[in-house]
Design a protein around this ligand. Structure first.
Ligand code: PCA
Length: 192
């Protein structure tokens, strides 16, 4: 099983990004490629789409961090064709009430059966929740572009975005890592 896991570089006033800190823990694993993505509306998806062009993956897990949730890892159900931000991305760009792609679908949904997956993770005691908005900043943009690319190419590659908390008091880094490992083992046992 070939898996691609991505995490973002730091942004805002943070010196690390938990998504990259977790992604890189999987660097040495067999069959897993890991890549670090810039927090850039313009460039983030190019990094992933280039990787998808070079190699066939069964599963792509995109990771990002969010300050809006402390108590659980968010399994993002969908991405919307929209960007709007109060803070600049790492290129200094502030999006204002814009579409990501003109005349394109309003949303794309994760191609994983995330209800089943979430139930499985909860049974194991992981702190997870399905959420229905990945926001309107770069994470949503990356997710939208990747899902659009996969659908447009009739790809069988499954994709999911996970938002990890910035704060690690309730959900530790180890717990985030274990949650991701559980998702991979679920996928291994019963490919979606
Ligand atoms: N979080 C931001 C972008 C990069 C990241 O880790 C977001 O939620 O859009």
């Amino acid at each position: 099983m070939n898996v691609l896991i991505s995490g973002f570089e730091p942004f805002g006033n943070r010196e690390v990004n938990n998504s990259w800190e977790v992604a890189k823990r999987f660097e040495a694993s067999n069959e897993i490629d890991v890549c670090r993505v810039p927090v850039s509306f313009r460039k983030s998806h190019d990094v992933i789409i280039d990787a998808l062009r070079r190699k066939e993956y069964d599963l792509v897990i995109l990771l990002g961090e969010t300050a809006f949730t402390k108590d659980y890892v968010r399994l993002e159900r969908l991405a919307i064709n929209y960007k709007d931000s109060t803070k600049p991305d790492n290129d200094g760009y502030i999006a204002c009430d814009e579409e990501l792609v003109r005349n394109a679908p309003k949303a794309y949904f994760s191609t994983l059966p995330i209800k089943r997956l979430t139930a499985y993770l909860k049974e194991l005691g992981h702190k997870v929740k399905i959420t229905n908005s990945a926001g309107t900043f770069v994470c949503n943009s990356l997710y939208y572009h990747v899902l659009r690319y996969l659908e447009g190419n009739g790809s069988d590659t499954a994709a999911l975005f996970l938002h990890l908390p910035v704060e690690t008091e309730v959900v530790s880094m180890k717990e985030m890592e274990d949650t991701l490992a559980a998702i991979l083992s679920y996928f291994n046992k019963s490919p979606f």
